[in-house]
Design a protein around this ligand. Structure first.
Ligand code: AMP
Ligand code: MN
Ligand code: ZN
Length: 939
């Protein structure tokens, strides 16, 4: 009965609850539905076709990474890759400028025979076959005229829509939209120095041809340059056409939409005229230049005006197309808009001066910039400057208000093109949610705007179509954010972050180890016990000398035919007999990795020899992201060490007050927290070395900051820059790189501390200190008879040992290949390079270090590597106060720093912060202190 009552009472409750839940669920579902339908607002591009979407080869995409120029020779090192982003025809053009073609007048021989008018037919080139025929025709010409038409409104960077080429007999109009992907066929004729190309005002055309087709003009005659020399009252093509040919042209047609097909008769006529008369005009101008020459120079001192015109023309050809990469997306536009407002006397609205207004302008500019890149539209197509001002001043928050603000702002603006400008643009209409978000201040950090846009619009299930133009923006972003470890984003300026992401993939492809570091080949003792893992080269060394036999094929394994002196396990060194994975020890990333030295080389290089033998334990593989984190933590800890021991990281001394401002460039406050990716580092260093002196100072400053940050905030020298190029390379790669840069290694070896040899001498057979991979010293642990054998047939050891002679000059970083040769000073690795590498950043500022300073004081080029005497002094202090245990404890600290910073999850088994594998050394081992001492004496 009581139970029944309960039931009765329970029923209405249950019903109420059920109803409530049903209601809640339906409200939720309806909300979801709305949210979805709202988010699903389709991007206008889904329903719109843009001709550039048919291009398969897009050389200049809309990402923040720099344009890559044509490479005529495959670079085989990464750094060279960077280096080669230079003009591929620099040599040819420079030589033309030196020995310019004075015979240009002769090219026009028989011009009277041309029919000057345009009565003849023109050839519309729209098939690849036709283009090939054209190339064949042009190859037989000595001179032809060129002009291009561009489309800019519905494209972020613009693209070439038409190329007009005229020979003395024919006019060609090339449909560069349908032929976009095969336009490279024209590259040889344009680059042929034996064929003169006549342009009028070639400046932009030169860059556009590079941008779209990697076409480079070699041997140019620019009629506008001739006008300059002749001091013509006007130098527009319209003027020349009028004056020399009696032809009127309507330059308004420039602004037509050159994408349209078929072109109107009027446009075809305009386009033909632009190229057709150029040869004749060039001929006339050359005659005048010749005339001027005769009038103006005495027989003994002839000034070649034609030559000068040709020289100035070819100077234009040396330009290189480059994307404008702002340090902060939209920054330039924003500041120009803001200053325009502030300077406009018509602006009485006080709101224009306030922070909030300016902040909104910046936000809108970032958004506009990114949306233009994503949709491949020009900025003005997405949102006009006036609309930005109106939005930032009025802060409308409803759709109607937003639209009316924009319409009002754009009402009195005359379109710069004939293509009708839509206000509000389809970009705004289909992505109005973004604007709500920005105007309501929901997202304020500029960086977040970028992240949000890329994620929402291009990410999985994003609202906008992916294309060749925006793909790089996405793929690089995903890489950046998909990673386990994301460095602290605060303090990064927007585009820096994106640029960083954009270049990461490039880095991974090109800068990381090219092949597995660990081959995991095995060496067995004759009794079948595993001695160690090593790389193939080492196996080969034993095999070649019949010291071992092959026992397994995969992985390659050998068995020694002699009895090694010791076994790893005898010494509690299990670490050395395990297989090592080719993955980042931090996060397990297996696709790329670089070497990372846990104990900074600036200390390690000063350790007593026998404490240095545990390389493979303390050199690990890290992916780019983990490398950055670990390095940054190490730099920070160096400062801690400096403070603790009272040994400053570096001493700054101003050698020449006139030459240098001795105030160190201040670092952004955030630099302590953020590291510098090895990629950023290398790119910055390479750019500074190559183009430092020519660079705009702001850019130079920025890049310098990057490198300084990497070096823990200290001032940097050219050597530091050079050293930066080597970060993460294997000794082998470094050697190759340096060879490329023009100095040989052997040269340095003699003058080096043997410690360097440990890191640097590689590629040679095993058993001694030679190291080609982190596991190299495992080999040493064998301390086999083979060592002796090897040492006897190679005198290198002796050579290395000589280095320890007391007069040797030590350096603080074994990572770098020491460049100090007594009395000679530092040798610049870019010394064989004509233009660059000489930009001495810290000109006059040197980092003195004990005796070296006095020794080489007078050499202005002298600049010591790394942290000057810091590393050496710290190690000396440790040894003095605590002996070798002090050094061991010091190593443990560094391992601890490494572990704390990275929490590495993939360290090989047996890796231990306390690792100290005591090892004694074979009689001839280079690690054996007596060996070194006696060798030194012998030397
Ligand atoms: P032109 O060789 O003078 O016909 O100009 C080549 C291309 O430059 C044109 O197709 C336009 O895309 C661009 N251009 C030159 N001047 C202007 C202008 N005043 N306004 C817009 N576009 C221009
Ligand atoms: Mn033109
Ligand atoms: Zn879209």
């Amino acid at each position: 009965m009581a139970a029944e009552n309960d039931k009765l009472r329970a029923t209405p409750l249950a019903i109420a609850a059920t109803c409530f839940f049903a209601l809640a669920i339906s409200v939720y579902l309806i909300k979801q539905l709305f949210a979805k339908s709202k988010r699903r607002k389709p991007c206008y591009l889904i329903a719109e076709f843009k001709p550039q979407y048919n291009f398969k080869r897009v050389l200049a995409d809309n990402s923040y990474s720099q344009f890559k120029h044509l490479k005529l020779h495959e670079a085989d090192s990464v750094a060279e890759e960077e280096e080669l982003n230079l003009h591929p025809y620099k040599v040819e053009i420079s030589s033309l400028m030196k020995n310019a073609n004075v015979g240009i007048l002769e090219l026009f021989d028989g011009y009277e025979k041309w029919s000057m008018g345009m009565g003849g037919e023109y050839v519309w080139v729209e098939a690849e076959e036709q283009l090939r025929e054209l190339v064949a025709d042009l190859s037989n010409e000595e001179v032809f005229a060129v002009d291009t038409e561009q489309h800019g409104l519905r494209s972020f960077l613009g693209f070439t829509a038409l190329i007009q080429i005229s020979t003395m007999s024919k006019d060609y109009l090339i449909d560069t939209i349908v032929l976009h992907d095969v336009m490279g066929l024209l590259r040889p004729v344009f680059a042929n120095p034996a064929i003169c190309k006549v342009f009028h005002g070639a400046h932009n055309d030169i860059l556009w041809l590079q941008r779209d087709f990697h076409i480079y003009v070699v041997n140019l005659f620019d009629t506008a340059k001739a006008c300059d020399i002749l001091s013509k009252p006007h130098k527009s093509l319209a003027y020349l056409l009028e004056t020399y040919c009696g032809v009127a042209t309507n330059k308004l047609l420039q602004r037509e939409d050159w994408r349209q097909r078929p072109l109107s008769e009027e446009m075809i006529q305009y386009a033909r005229v632009d190229a057709h008369y150029l040869l004749y005009i060039a001929y006339c101008l050359c005659l005048e230049l010749k005339q001027l020459e005769n009038e103006n120079s005495s027989p003994g001192d002839k000034f070649h005006f034609i030559l000068e015109a040709s020289r100035r023309s070819n100077a234009t050809c040396l330009q290189l197309f480059a994307k404008d990469i702002e340090s902060c997306t939209g920054e330039l536009a924003a500041s120009s808009i803001i200053s325009r407002c502030l300077n406009d006397p018509g602006n009485i609205s006080p709101s224009l001066y306030d922070e909030k207004f300016q902040e909104l302008v910046r936000r809108l500019c970032v958004w506009r910039d990114l949306m233009a890149r994503l949709h491949d539209e020009s900025l003005r197509f997405v949102l006009s400057d006036n609309a930005i001002i109106a939005l930032a001043a009025k802060i409308p928050t409803t759709e109607t208000n937003i639209y009316s603000s924009m319409l009002e702002a754009d009402s009195d603006v005359e379109s710069v093109t004939m293509v009708p400008l839509q206000t509000p643009s389809p970009v705004v209409c289909s992505h109005l949610d973004d604007l709500f978000c920005l105007l309501r201040g929901k997202i304020t950090k500029l960086d977040d705007i970028l992240q949000m846009c890329i994620r929402e619009h291009l990410g999985q299930g994003g609202s906008c179509p992916l294309s060749a133009y925006n793909y790089a923006l996405l793929s690089k972003t995903t890489l950046g954010t998909g990673n386990r470890i994301t460095p602290n984003h605060n303090g990064f300026r927007a585009s820096k972050q994106v640029a960083k992401m954009a270049s990461r993939q490039l880095f991974v492809q090109k800068f990381s180890c090219k092949s597995p570091v660990y081959h995991n080949c095995k060496i067995y003792a004759s009794d079948g016990r595993l001695l160690c893992y090593c790389d193939q080269r080492k196996l080969q060394w034993y095999l070649n000398r019949d010291l071992a036999k092959l026992v397994e094929g995969d992985p390659l394994s050998i068995m020694l035919l002699f009895e090694p002196k010791g076994r790893p396990e005898d010494e509690d060194n299990d670490f050395y007999i395990q297989k090592k994975k080719n993955i980042c020890v931090g996060c397990g990333e297996g696709n790329h990795y670089l070497r990372y030295r846990i104990i900074p080389s600036c200390y390690r290089i000063h350790f007593p020899e026998h404490l240095k033998s545990h390389r493979s334990h303390d050199i690990v593989l890290l992916c780019v992201d983990c490398h950055e984190i670990a390095h940054s933590a190490a730099e920070k800890y160096k400062k801690h060490v400096a403070a603790e021991f009272g040994i400053p990281l570096f001493i700054r001394r101003v050698a020449d007050l006139d030459k240098t401002q001795n105030t160190p460039i201040s670092l952004p406050a955030s630099c302590e927290e953020i590291g510098v990716s090895p990629l950023q580092l290398r790119i910055a260093a390479m750019a500074l070395l190559r183009h430092g002196p020519q660079m705009p100072s702001q850019r130079r400053e920025e890049l310098t900051q990057t490198v300084m940050t990497y070096y823990g905030g200290r001032e940097i020298t050219n050597e530091d820059l050079e050293k930066a190029l080597l970060v993460g390379m294997s000794p082998h790669e470094r050697r190759r790189f340096e060879k490329k840069r023009g100095y040989t290694f052997k040269h340095f070896r003699k003058s080096n501390n043997p410690i360097d040899a440990e890191e640097d001498i590689g590629g040679r057979p095993p058993v001694t200190i030679q190291n080609a991979s982190p596991d190299e010293d495992e080999e040493d642990s064998l301390r086999t008879k083979a060592t002796d054998a090897y040492q006897q047939d190679d005198d290198t050891i002796l050579e290395d040992a000589k280095i320890t002679a007391p007069c040797s000059i030590d350096t603080d970083d074994s990572l770098s290949d020491t460049k100090i040769v007594s009395g000679i000073g530092s040798i610049s690795i870019s010394s064989n390079d004509d233009t660059s590498g000489s930009g001495n950043l810290s000109n006059g500022t040197i980092h003195p270090s004990d005796e070296k300073e006095t020794l080489l004081k007078n050499d202005s080029k002298m600049s010591l590597l790394g942290h000057g005497p810091h590393g050496k002094q710290v190690v000396e202090y440790l040894l003095k106060e605590h002996g070798e245990d002090g050094v061991r404890e010091f190593c443990q600290r560094w391992r601890h720093v490494f572990v704390e910073a990275l929490h590495p999850r993939f360290l090989p088994g047996g890796w231990d912060v306390k690792h100290s594998g005591k090892r004694d050394f074979g009689e001839f081992s280079v690690y054996k202190p007596t060996t070194i001492a006696s060798a030194a004496i012998a030397g």
